[in-house]
Write a protein that binds this ligand. Structure first.
Ligand SMILES: [Zn+2]
Ligand SMILES: [Zn+2]
Length: 326
């Protein structure tokens, strides 16, 4: 039975939050099979982003052949495509949830709207501030990592495979990629919460206590470069450009999807697409908790997990005080 919303949340899932991590002990084959089916055998966020990645690689982006030497043409083409993908994905979600209010406040965690006339934000407007940082900073870092990695692949500096040459690894790499990304994100994000880096860089993302789709990639350039450095895995591990583009789109538009402020997209009252998580929403509300995501066990193992209860809020506030007391 769903619990009544508590405190000032408009909606929250049952608390304390369950542990949906695939890294459970003892291993649970049934759980793993359900996780796999949920993420890969239906039209999930991952499958949608993979379809976009395949279409973008074969239809839009310059080929490896075109990317052998750095030149304005193919780099500008890549940048424009990335701006368009980001604009239309975050823009569509914002339009649906916040302009036409397609779902009213059903499954919206925070009952409030994004703020206007608030000088914390650039242009005194949260959405414009977030759009600016997403497009100017986030998409630029995305494009830099894409251009360098494609150039490395084109010249044989980064190892590549094809589906025909290595079908099992090709599929396995797609499944492992979001898990790698979550591992990288946890550690990069913990670094960003060290007070030295937090006050200089990461506080920009945290202006957003109440998040929306444009908040996901609203990052200081330092944070954006660190966030996209997850891509360096392609410099060492053999992959195909489709893996690279999937990885980039998972980081870019994926962040817009995970920051909608809503738990799921409803179509005809059915939960059709998992979007944001209460897990990361708690991070935006209470800061020093839930640095990773639910798929990885790090927050649980390192004592930074907020399960949504008042007791966890108290522990998180104490942790913050200790971090800033030094
Ligand atoms: Zn965030
Ligand atoms: Zn943070």
């Amino acid at each position: 039975m769903p619990s009544e919303p508590k405190g000032d949340w408009n909606y929250h899932p049952d608390l304390p939050l369950a542990d949906p991590s695939i890294f459970r002990w003892p291993p649970d084959a049934g759980f793993f099979a359900r996780w796999f089916a949920h993420n890969w055998l239906m039209l999930s966020e991952r499958v949608m982003l993979l379809i976009v990645a395949i279409a973008a690689w074969y239809l839009l982006y310059p080929s490896l052949e075109d990317s052998k030497t750095f030149a304005v043409g193919w780099i500008a083409q890549t940048y424009v495509i990335n701006l368009a993908i980001m604009f239309f994905s975050a823009g569509a979600l914002h339009w649906y949830f916040y302009i036409i209010r397609g779902q009213a406040k059903i499954l919206k965690f925070d009952g409030r709207d994004q703020v206007r006339n608030n000088r914390t934000f650039k242009f005194a407007d949260q959405v414009r501030d977030n759009m600016f940082w997403t497009l100017a900073s986030g998409v630029t870092a995305w494009t830099i990592f894409q251009v360098v990695t494609v150039w490395m692949m084109a010249n044989g500096y980064a190892p590549t495979i094809t589906f025909a040459s290595n079908p099992i690894w090709f599929v396995a790499a797609l499944i492992l990629m979001p898990i790698w990304s979550a591992f990288h994100f946890y550690w990069a994000h913990r670094l960003l919460h060290v007070p030295f880096f937090y006050t200089r860089f990461h506080s920009l993302h945290h202006r957003n206590i109440n998040i929306g789709p444009w908040s996901g990639m609203a990052m200081h350039p330092f944070e954006a470069m660190l966030y996209f450095s997850t891509i360096c895995i392609h410099w060492i591990v053999a992959t195909h450009p489709v893996h690279l583009i999937f990885h980039l789109i998972y980081q870019g538009p994926g962040a817009a999807m995970s920051h909608t402020g809503y738990e799921d997209l409803l179509i005809k009252d059915k939960r059709r697409l998992a979007l944001g998580t209460f897990y990361h929403t708690l991070h935006h509300r209470f800061f020093e908790c839930n640095y990773g995501n639910q798929e990885m066990p790090w927050d649980r193992w390192f004592g930074t997990f907020h399960d949504g209860t008042d007791e966890a809020t108290k522990q998180t506030r104490d942790r913050k005080k200790r971090m800033y007391a030094k």
